[in-house]
Design a protein around this ligand. Structure first.
Ligand code: UGA
Length: 431
């Protein structure tokens, strides 16, 4: 059986490689010829652990290929997965222009029955809209089914998540089409929940919103713990033993970022507003996240007598470790705050690159950690890459001007750093 994956971003490429690994013939289709060329040469266009080996393996075995020839690719495959982006519009709603363009292409090109599967995160009722767009684009009616099958991959551990999913959600009006898609995942041995397309669409938004709620809950609690001299990390550990709560996504920090949580929460709030229904909890989840970095920056600022004129190192640019993705990264809010306070900012990240706009604002990225912290009055850890956990903080001590560590992810060893003479402050653990 052959599968077409439309859109070769991180979701598309991961999905394509996982299906190749499960033994299917896979084609990746993308309108961007440069991307197609790069992937065909065996190079990834983004950083994601584990994918390079699979790409090498399946290109060599001829199990995966990439093309920009849409018509031919659509005709040659009977299962089409849509993995194109759904960015946020100015009002927070999801922009479906890529989904629509692909729908028209499918409608115009298909010459026999297809199952079209939506993997991208899309607003409620997109399944129906996609069905209508495809039908409208067809020169004459040809049967097809549209199935909603949201993805639950996390950047940085996408492969692991895709190979060992907690569940597979399939929303289909036609049960046979739903079962057909379910059978693709058979070898993964994961629970599969077959439901309606709108429910599947809502499950995706609700899941991301709930995870973000857990994080904002921990983050707001951290503000109180900071005042009461209680370690919020220990509170989370204690809460997490209760299996009804669970230990995951309760880690306080400077806020969540990435291409999913902020965008999906805005999209769900927009959907609710259109239905004249208030999601007040989710509004606060967003609000806490928007203010979290600044809340702690203001506390730290007081500790070092203001940021103005100080040299500050940012450790970790990406929105979380093991990715080069800077979308909605909390580090960017931190850098903007620091530059607005006239601090000199130095940046280090093992993979992610500083945007040109920040370079022209005088922020410098250094390749080596010791150069990034050299002459600094403080370092602020924004994403918890292992290089910072495992750094030789004893040796780094000689580079700093003043030994202040602000740990925005609560991952460094406070006791050891304190023994080495650093002044350590984390999130909600009142050092
Ligand atoms: C998220 C979801 O976890 C995936 O299930 C989903 O498929 C994906 O969005 C998506 O919709 O495509 P992702 O954004 O890649 O995945 O990353 P997460 O690991 O969820 O982290 C998001 C943010 O939350 C990061 O900035 C991270 O640092 C932060 N976070 C996470 C915390 O601050 N505390 C935690 O306890 C966990």
């Amino acid at each position: 059986m052959s599968i077409l994956i439309i859109g070769t971003g991180y979701v598309g490429v991961t999905t394509a490689l996982v299906f190749a690994e499960l033994g299917f013939e896979v084609t990746g289709l993308d309108a961007d010829e440069r991307k197609v060329q790069t992937l065909s040469e065996g190079k990834l266009t983004f950083y994601e652990p584990g994918l390079q080996d699979l790409l090498d393996k399946h290109l060599a075995a001829g199990r995966i290929r990439f093309t920009s020839e849409a018509k031919q690719a659509i005709r040659q495959n009977s299962i089409l997965f849509l993995c194109v982006g759904t960015p946020s519009d100015e009002n927070g709603s999801a922009d479906l222009r890529y989904i629509r363009a692909v729908a028209e292409q499918i409608g115009q090109s298909m010459d026999d029955y297809k199952v079209i599967v939506i993997k991208s995160t899309v607003p409620i009722h997109t399944n129906e809209r996609l069905t209508a767009w495809i039908a409208e684009a067809q020169p004459h009616p040809i049967p097809f089914d549209v199935v909603s099958n949201p993805e639950f991959l996390r950047e940085g551990s996408a492969l692991q998540d895709a190979l060992h999913p907690d569940r597979i959600i399939i929303g289909s009006r036609n049960q046979a089409a739903g079962l057909h898609i379910e059978s693709l995942y058979e070898k993964l041995n994961a629970p599969c929940f077959l439901t309606t397309p709108t429910t599947a669409e809502m499950i995706k938004y609700a899941s991301n919103s709930f995870l973000a709620t857990k994080i904002s809950f921990a983050n707001e609690l951290a503000r109180l713990c900071e005042q009461l001299d209680i370690n919020v990390g220990d509170v989370s550990i204690g809460m997490g033993y209760d299996h009804r709560i669970g230990p995951h996504f309760l880690k306080a920090g400077i806020g969540y970022g990435g291409s999913c949580f902020p965008k999906d929460i805005k999209a769900l709030l927009h959907i609710a507003k259109k239905q004249h229904t208030r999601l007040s909890i989710l509004e606060q989840v967003h609000e806490v996240n928007e203010t979290q970095a600044e809340h702690f920056l203001q506390l730290w600022e007081r500790k070092i007598g203001g940021f103005a004129g100080k040299r500050i190192a940012i450790l970790g640019l990406s929105f979380k470790p093991n990715t080069d993705d800077l979308r909605e990264a909390p580090s960017l809010a931190v850098i903007h705050y620091l530059t607005s306070q006239r601090a000199q900012v130095r940046v280090h990240d093992p993979v992610a690159k500083l945007p040109a706009s920040l370079q022209s604002a005088g922020v410098r990225q250094l390749e080596h950690l010791e150069d990034a912290v050299a002459g600094c009055d403080a370092a602020i850890l924004c994403s918890e890459w292992d290089v910072y956990r495992n750094a030789d903080w004893e040796q780094l001590r000689d580079e700093f001007k003043q030994l202040n560590i602000f740990d925005g992810r609560n991952v460094l060893d406070r006791q050891r750093l304190t023994e080495l003479g650093y002044t350590y402050s984390g999130i909600g653990n009142a050092a």
